[in-house]
Design a protein around this ligand. Structure first.
Ligand SMILES: Nc1ncnc2c1ncn2[C@@H]1O[C@H](COP(=O)(O)OP(=O)(O)O)[C@@H](O)[C@H]1O
Ligand code: SF4
Ligand SMILES: [Mg+2]
Length: 372
């Protein structure tokens, strides 16, 4: 990166992009081999009670201005049947973490260059970082389901709802007849709380409200009874009442199907309501993690404390919501010191040193800060 941190010469940029091509084409070549032996991607869980284990995961974007370490050494687990909330301001690396798990990071510039993501598929444990595309397609279709923020962009406006849900179900159950598929589609629409399910089956996406479209998306995502539901800001585009209904729905479905949920949000209210465990991310790293009680009752990292202060509380009237001064740093060529330092009120002499190590407070509560 250039001296002043923002400007970069054309020559420098060309040099970086040449270097990037070298790195990414090597990774791509390895990934695109015809036969990838199972020994490279079949592994064991550290703890068999977990559904997913992120272990020192590093996902970088090789851009013309430098390497963006969007996810930089992230470790946490999603236990079976539990909900893990991932929180942090916009740009902290929450979405890239979930895209890494699905292996949907934008390639070739984006690559998971280090660490393991172990996923228990029931039969085998797969390290998705090294898994070939064929294995990933199988996992994405049948075991992991993703619910995105904006349902309108995920539904095709020119096809009826029924056709789109049918297509998804036919993909999972290729041997079913048309009638069987349709029956299942309508059953799924009912399951996500759509009262007029036969009517909605025949409608186009634009005829539905945002909340209804999100229900349709959830019905599609859940049509395969996934082991893991990844919900990335599932309620951000919805108004508060609908938001509550969608969260209720997720909770209910989770207990019915028994799946785990990875819930990504910048809204602490949502996390408080839904999560068993909480992971707080800042600039591509986990700064604190613990049970929901530990994080809400005893937050230790100044960033977590700041997030708590910025959360609206029912019955407490404030003129203006608190917001943490400053911005999340752009994770290009980050220096090796606490990334929160420039925004931290508790910064001391010690904080000028190396990036703070993760300290264990309890079996579940960890924090990466010198002042705990
Ligand atoms: N395709 C991309 N190319 C370059 N940088 C990206 C790309 N996608 C995301 N990033 C960067 O990765 C970081 C993390 O992004 P993201 O995971 O989307 O944040 P969040 O979901 O927490 O808001 C951001 O700094 C973002 O600019
Ligand atoms: S390590 Fe220091 S600068 Fe970083 S969050 Fe903790 S107290 Fe603040
Ligand atoms: Mg995001």
């Amino acid at each position: 990166m250039a001296k002043d941190g923002n400007y970069i010469s054309a020559k420098e940029s060309r040099r970086i992009s040449r270097e990037n091509r070298k790195i990414t084409s090597e990774i791509e070549k390895k990934r695109k081999r015809k036969h990838i032996p199972e020994s490279e991607y079949v592994t064991q869980m550290k703890d068999p009670d977990n559904c997913v284990e992120f272990d020192n995961v590093q996902t970088h974007y090789f851009t013309d201005i430098g390497t963006v370490k969007a996810v930089d050494g992230v470790s946490f687990s999603v236990p079976k049947g539990k909900t893990v909330g991932i929180v942090g301001e916009s740009g902290c690396g929450k979405s890239v973490t979930s895209l890494s798990l699905m292996q949907l990071v934008q390639r070739p510039s984006g690559q998971t260059v280090g660490g393991e993501i172990r996923f228990d598929s029931g039969e085998k444990v797969i390290n998705v970082v090294n898994a070939p595309e064929k294995v990933m397609r199988e996992l994405r279709g049948n075991q992991m389901a993703m619910i995105f923020q904006e349902p309108m962009t995920s539904l095709n406006p020119v096809f009826r709802i029924g056709d789109q849900v049918d297509e998804e179900i036919a993909l999972h159950f290729p041997k079913w007849t048309k009638e069987q598929v349709k029956a299942r589609s309508i059953e799924m629409l009912g399951m996500v709380g759509i009262a007029n399910k036969e009517g909605v089956y025949k409608m186009y996406p634009h005829e539905l409200s945002g909340g209804m479209r999100q229900r349709v998306m959830i019905a599609m995502a859940l049509s395969c009874d996934p082991k893991l539901i990844i919900a990335d800001e599932p309620t951000t585009a919805l108004d508060v009442t609908i938001q509550a209904q969608i969260l209720d729905l997720l909770r209910e479905l989770k207990s019915r199907i028994g799946s785990s949920i990875m819930l990504i949000t910048h809204d602490l209210g949502v996390v408080a309501e839904m999560a068993d465990l909480v992971v707080v991310m800042y600039a591509g790293r986990v700064v604190e993690k613990g049970t929901a009680t530990e994080i809400f009752k005893d937050p230790r990292h100044p960033y977590t404390v700041g997030l708590m202060k910025s959360k609206p509380v029912v019955g407490k009237h404030v003129k203006q919501l608190y917001s943490i001064p400053g911005n999340v740093p752009n994770p290009v060529d980050m220096p090796n010191y606490c990334y929160f330092r420039d925004r931290c009120e508790r910064c001391t002499e010690e904080c000028k040193g190396a990036y703070p190590p993760m300290v264990k407070l309890t079996d579940t509560h960890y924090v990466s800060c010198y002042d705990i």
